[in-house]
Design a protein around this ligand. Structure first.
Ligand code: AMP
Length: 606
């Protein structure tokens, strides 16, 4: 049996180790924890601490604790943990040794060889210091791997001909953007840019300042000189920030944050995502300047980039992908856990060097997008069939996301919630997967905020909860098998079943189309009629779309079997199909799918 090689992401804030386990690249965990904080310390009793205990000690004994040692790699500086001082490779070696021990415990065999990742901009001295750290830890460093290249390997970008990949890495304290040219085993970093002092920690700080000023505006005392209160505020802000990536509001509550004249003062306020985004927008826009610079250095235009990969915990901030998409027209990929992506890539290379065939990292993702229809404007015309997904396809599972909607009329007491699967902005072009009535809202003017939360788990169970924000009144529905592909016949029969169900469902008081027509009069009848023909058209379209997707999947599987010429043609057709799908250009879709089907037939036969 080949000797195991592990892949290590030796990060500024956190480190991880990955390896091939039961045929899959996995980030290895001790007691359920995959992330090891890159912090080392010596307790007053003389015990060596690595990871979480060291990070906890930092608050109390910063002079006995070392963090962010990666910033000093390649320098002569020495750091202290109590009395003696240590070189940066020695400190890094302690982190590597902890990861080696973890890997040995999980794999149940000695681990002597590793691939270790470093930032693309690391100098020779910094790379050598990393090798030294490995050696001190008892690891032969078989390869030093650039972090953006690791991300590209994790996503399998090296398996699709020559690709230009933009890796956007926003962590806690550092930001890097790299343009990587990938072609099979050969990868080249074309350009890399960044800011060594920008990251999620800065977002926390802005939120702390904002919350503190609102706390004071509400009559709270100034706590900026109170270290304990400020560290509680910082922790609350970071948690709120993370929630705001998935929810439109976050509440910060800290009992007894401070005192005034001996009386406890509590913090209790709510921050909206919109407010938060306003605070951090200029920082994210600043990162786009670096993206622009990296492209300019590499002599590439945005439309020459094939893929954008997101790395680093702070890229979960929705504004990051939103602004990147606006700038480049590409939807950034984030189906791999952004904190673990580099470790995964190191694991892929490590496994390959040990002689295993690894294409890319496989994780469970949602194959479809899901969301409710709502009243809004479709191509400038008011419509009750507007649609925007809450869960976007390719999101890792399990996932939980919430969006806000507002009532359209005064005294609106109910919302007929229709849940669709698909990506088309016109709800009726997607597949209806569930419907229920949320009612009993307060009789207030239009604009009453209603939250819709979607939870999708690994078993494909989708739970939708609709809550009136002001009262907390909630209603939910559970949809099973949401991620299972339905055949056209199944879709139709599911729709029929649902129609029947609505008719019988007393609790939900579903207003069926007949009732709807009765209330609305003849005019609505006309609309209902026209919807029937539209419905037929939609059905054809759905078949066309699902066939195109299946064909793309088949095409991707066969790419490796093709000669260069066929592969290039297939990739071009994949692109045409994807563009036609995105732009809803049905005729073009038909032509491109026919061509691809012919090509695949020929490849499969050959
Ligand atoms: P990394 O250095 O890659 O581990 O990134 C850590 C940074 O990501 C920290 O600033 C975290 O607060 C931030 N982060 C982690 N999860 C989220 C999230 N859900 N939304 C926004 N930022 C996050």
């Amino acid at each position: 049996m080949a000797e195991v090689i592990v892949g290590i992401d030796l990060g500024t804030t956190n480190s991880e180790v990955a390896a091939l386990v039961e045929g899959k690249i996995q980030v290895l965990a001790t007691e359920g924890e995959q992330i090891l904080p890159s912090v080392v310390g010596i307790s007053p009793e003389g015990t060596l601490l690595v990871g979480t205990p060291a990070r906890n000690q930092y608050v109390v004994y910063p002079e006995r604790t070392v963090k962010s040692i990666k910033r000093l790699m390649g320098t002569d500086q020495r750091v202290g943990m109590g009395e003696p001082t240590y070189s940066p490779p020695e400190i890094s070696a302690l982190i590597l040794r902890a990861l080696k021990t973890r890997a040995e415990a999980v794999l149940r065999e000695p681990v002597r060889r590793a691939v270790i990742t470093v930032p693309a901009y690391f100098s020779d001295a910094q790379r050598q210091a990393t090798r030294d750290a490995g050696e001190i830890a008892g690891l032969e460093v078989v390869r030093i791997l650039n972090e953006p290249t690791a991300a590209a390997l994790a996503y399998g970008a090296d398996r699709h001909g020559e690709r230009t990949v933009l890796v956007y890495d926003l962590g806690g304290g550092t930001f890097d953007v790299s343009l990587v040219q990938v072609h099979g085993e050969i990868t080249e970093v074309l350009a890399s840019h960044g800011n060594n002092h920008l990251g999620g920690d800065d977002f926390d700080q802005l939120l702390v300042d904002f919350v503190h000023s609102r706390f004071m505006a509400a009559g709270g005392p100034d706590v900026r000189g109170n270290r304990r209160a400020m560290s509680r505020l910082l922790r609350a802000a970071e948690e709120a920030k993370k929630r705001l990536s998935f929810e439109p509001y976050a509440r910060l509550r800290e009992e007894h944050l401070a005192e005034r004249d001996g009386v406890p003062v509590h913090l209790d306020l709510e921050v909206s995502r919109a407010e938060y985004e306003q605070l951090i927008r200029h920082l994210i826009e600043g990162t786009l300047d670096s993206v622009h610079q990296a492209l300019a250095d590499a002599g590439k235009r945005p439309d020459q980039v094939d893929e954008i990969l997101l790395v680093g915990g702070a890229t979960r901030t929705p504004l990051v992908s939103q602004l990147l998409e606006e700038k480049t027209g590409l939807v950034p990929r984030q189906e791999l856990h952004p904190d673990l992506c580099v470790a995964f890539g190191a694991g892929v290379l490590a496994a390959r060097l040990a002689g295993h065939e690894i294409e890319r990292v496989l994780v469970d993702i949602s194959p479809y997008s899901f969301g409710p229809s709502f009243f809004g404007f479709l191509n400038g015309v008011p419509s009750e069939h507007c649609y925007r997904p809450i869960i976007v396809r390719n999101t890792p599972l399990p996932v939980s996301r919430t969006e806000t909607y507002v009532t359209m009329v005064d005294d609106q007491e109910a919302w007929q919630v229709s849940i669709y699967q698909g990506d088309d902005p016109h709800a009726l072009n997607n597949i209806l997967v569930g419907r229920f009535l949320a009612e009993g809202f307060s009789r207030v003017p239009a604009g009453n905020e209603i939250l819709c939360r979607m939870d999708l788990d690994l078993d494909g169970i989708l739970r939708v909860t609709v809550t009136e924000k002001r009262t907390g009144l909630a209603k939910h529905v559970t949809i099973e098998g949401a991620t299972t592909a339905l055949s056209e016949a199944e879709v139709i029969s599911a729709q029929r079943r649902m129609q029947e169900l609505f008719g019988d469902d007393e609790e939900d008081e579903f207003a069926g189309e007949d009732e709807f027509a009765a209330v609305e009069g003849d005019e609505t009848n006309l609309i209902v009629e026209s919807e029937i023909t539209e419905e037929e058209e939609n059905r054809d379209r759905r078949v066309q779309i699902s066939e195109a997707r299946a064909l793309l999947e088949r095409g991707r599987r066969l790419l490796d079997k093709m000669n260069t010429e066929d592969r290039e043609e297939a990739i071009a057709l994949h692109e045409q199909i994807e563009n036609a799908l995105n732009a809803a250009e049905w005729q073009k879709l038909r032509e491109a799918t026919t061509e691809l089907a012919d090509l695949l037939f020929y490849v499969e036969e050959g």
